[in-house]
Design a protein around this ligand. Structure first.
Ligand code: IMP
Length: 432
């Protein structure tokens, strides 16, 4: 896995695949780590030296002392969260110095985005089943709307008081009537918001830079670069289960625009997939288990959202969806996480095809409505009871676990290059 100069790591399912821990392992061989989409809706957990860190915005590579970490232009940055994260990592933000670059073109999540996100979600819920998305309430959708509407406030604007004042006035002129007239809420006061934004600008100023030039210079000088995706393929705004998706491009292609790398420079794409499936929020999930087996997966896998604390919906692995992810992203390999969670189950099942309206389908359907009508076709696997957390080579795994992994490779048409057998850095079997 470590020989390509530019590697992209993406979520191959519905997010929460354990990308943080895989990035943390791969970052050992990289000099630059870049986040390129999403925002503080993400929650990447890394356990290092027995301590647990949760990153919402910072690239997971921050835990290595000499890595250059970049927040790319494709992100939407909540400045309060960024400050919390930087100061939580190190009591003196100055000591991070030039190790962190925030693209001047990254958009800023403003308080009105978060407010509108929550209000819009409540409004959709009132329309009955099939409308709510179950967003994280972090202002992600409304901030991307402003980006594409070309009225967004970018990181570079926070450090230019006059530009900031003008853009803020323009935005409040539109947001306040929506808040007051559509939602019956209090408007935002210009003065207070402006003062807060100037304060964020003073904090963020040392980090604001040109991410494209930094990445280009790193590439030209032969440095290894790792792009860290957030969320997952099935939450991608184009290729996911729309409208039950996030508002950014979570697939490999998103890193070319949001991370400023040309496609020709990408050497390897790794998709992170859990050994089973989870989903938070609304939307179709064919293999969801609403029974005691699902509860056991949730308990053993500690499947509760790190950003919102919500219990995750749990179900068997779905290789139809995984095969789709391999194709959409051009995956070179799969990093399979949480295999240890499956130890001790009485039965193991994998969804190998879909039955939609009485017809068997081997391909993932493009529409969320069709996906909602799927009856999964399962294949059963021999379970194993051994604790596998101490395994460091494939040959250490019980035969049943090896068979399970081999089946995933064969059915998804991609090699498994890494297996996670526990939460720590060391609990990893590296194959490729
Ligand atoms: P938003 O990104 O907050 O707009 O939420 C849209 C959908 O994506 C919701 O179903 C969220 O639960 C889901 N989502 C957003 N970020 C993550 C993540 O990091 N992991 C898993 N699901 C996520």
């Amino acid at each position: 896995m470590e020989d390509a100069q530019v590697q992209v790591l993406i979520g191959a399912q519905w997010g929460d695949e354990g990308k943080g821990r895989v990035v943390d392992v791969l970052a050992e061989d990289a000099q630059v780590v870049v986040r390129y989409q999403g925002g503080a809706n993400a929650g990447h957990t890394v356990v290092a030296g027995g301590k647990k860190y949760v990153f919402h915005l910072l690239p997971s590579g921050m835990l290595y002392p000499n890595r250059l970490c970049i927040i790319g232009n494709g992100l939407v940055v909540d400045p309060e969260k960024l400050r919390e994260e930087i100061t939580g990592l190190d009591p003196s933000p100055e000591s991070i110095g030039t190790r962190l670059v925030v693209s001047g073109s990254a958009h800023i999540v403003m308080p009105y985005h978060k407010k509108l996100d929550v209000l819009a979600e409540a409004r959709r819920s009132r329309h009955g089943e099939g409308f709510a998305i179950g967003t994280t309430g972090r202002g992600i959708g409304p901030c991307y709307v402003d980006k594409y509407n070309r009225i967004g406030i970018r990181a570079e604007d926070l450090v230019l008081p006059d530009v900031l004042a003008g853009k803020l006035r323009l935005n409040l002129e539109e947001k306040n009537p929506i808040l007051e007239k559509i939602y019956g809420e209090a408007p935002f006061e210009f003065e207070k918001l402006y003062e807060d934004a100037l304060e964020w600008g003073r904090f963020i100023a040392p980090y604001v830079g040109d991410s494209m030039s930094e990445i280009d210079a790193a590439f030209t000088s032969g440095k290894k670069i790792l792009f860290e995706g957030a969320q997952g393929t099935l939450l991608d705004v184009d290729h996911g289960t729309y409208p039950f998706v996030t508002s950014s491009s979570c697939v490999t292609g998103g890193c070319c625009t949001g991370g400023a790398i040309s496609p020709g420079r990408i050497g390897r794409v790794i998709g992170v997939a859990k050994a089973y499936c989870t989903r938070v929020g609304e939307g179709p999930f064919p293999t969801e288990l609403k029974d005691s087996t699902g509860d056991l997966l949730r308990k053993n896998g500690a499947e509760f959202g790190v950003t919102t604390g919500r219990p995750r919906r749990c179900g068997w692995l779905d290789v139809v969806a995984l095969g789709y992810s391999v194709k959409v992203n051009g995956l070179d390999s799969i990093a399979l996480t949480k295999l240890d969670v499956l130890s001790g189950f009485d039965e193991l099942r994998v969804c190998v095809a879909y039955d939609i309206d009485g017809k068997r389908r081997d391909a993932f359907p493009g529409s969320a409505a069709a996906l909602g009508r799927v009856t999964p076709v399962y294949r059963s696997f021999k379970p194993w009871s051994e604790d596998i957390s101490g395994c460091r080579r494939v040959s250490d795994l019980p035969e049943a676990a090896r068979d399970y992994v081999a089946f995933i490779e064969e059915s998804a048409s991609a090699k498994v290059g890494l297996i996670g057998v526990g939460p720590g850095r060391e609990d990893t079997i590296r194959i490729l």
